[in-house]
Ligand binder design. Structure first.
Ligand SMILES: [Zn+2]
Length: 262
């Protein structure tokens, strides 16, 4: 209904801030713990598809290096000690497992193109990849989907599995300054200034794809108007909101699967 005031469950002013750290070692451990927890959550949400998918986080000290999942390990088994550190050339400098070449081809170029991006997430989740086959952006059908309103883009040039850094560059270019991109015929990719935000955007984007698929299969959903979609994006789509939305998921997965911290 035009002019309807949307509920604002996420009150930005009252949310706590991400922690600060006395040393890079503390910050590195914090990032690695959140990264391992994000993989466990991706497994729980059913985002795994064989060996596909990767989440990366920039090292707080070696800014051109990033931590990533070892290739061929189930998201649901990943512990902090399994994470692998890769340098700007794609060489594993910590950890003794291989990484997925396409993880490096895509994520290294994103991290290079967007210095403020600390983390990036990509997986072949069912609803994200289904939606990606339409070559359409998401509409602002729900409060949650407004996080992506005029803040995601489309990469419509699918040419097979990404092994080439130049394709990573083209994806980074299509992403631009936004928080997410739909890789047509492939899946979703999200970025954030924290692992928590990047992982949350991925989770809620996949669910927004699911919601729009359900809505359009059932009828003709009503879109939130431009002005309210922009205002809502400011509320639920800012990096602090993304970070905060992840907090209860982190608490739950650590309580349920404490071995992820090992
Ligand atoms: Zn992929």
């Amino acid at each position: 209904m035009p002019g309807t005031v949307l509920p604002t469950e996420v009150k930005i002013a009252k949310t706590p801030n991400p922690p600060s750290f006395a040393t890079v070692a503390e910050e590195r451990l914090h990032r690695k713990q959140r990264l391992a927890s994000a993989f466990r959550l991706f497994a729980k949400f059913g985002f795994g598809e064989g060996v596909a998918g990767h989440i990366t986080v920039r090292d707080p000290e070696l800014q051109d290096h990033f931590w990533v999942n070892p290739f061929g390990m189930h998201f649901g088994h990943i512990r902090v000690s399994d994470l692998v550190l890769v340098n700007e050339q794609g060489v594993v400098v910590e950890g003794n497992r291989e990484i997925n070449e396409s993880a490096f081809a895509i994520h290294s170029r994103l991290h290079m193109a967007r210095p403020e991006v600390v983390a990036a997430a990509h997986a072949h989740s069912l609803y994200g990849k289904t939606w990606s086959s339409f070559g359409r952006l998401l509409d602002p059908l729900t409060q949650d989907a407004c996080a992506f309103y005029e803040d995601h883009s489309l990469f419509d040039d699918y040419t097979g599995v990404v092994y080439d850094n130049s394709e990573g560059d083209r994806i980074a270019q299509a992403l631009g300054p936004r928080k997410a991109i739909i890789l047509q015929n492939h899946g979703l990719l999200t970025v954030g200034p924290t692992v928590e935000a990047a992982a949350w955007w991925f989770i809620t984007m996949d669910r927004s794809c699911h919601a729009q698929l359900l809505a359009e299969a059932a009828g003709e959903p009503i879109k939130i108007d431009h002005e309210n979609a922009i205002a809502t994006r400011g509320q639920v789509g800012n990096p602090m909101a993304g970070w905060f939305q992840f907090q209860p998921l982190f608490a739950r997965i650590v309580r349920e699967q404490p071995d992820l911290l090992e």
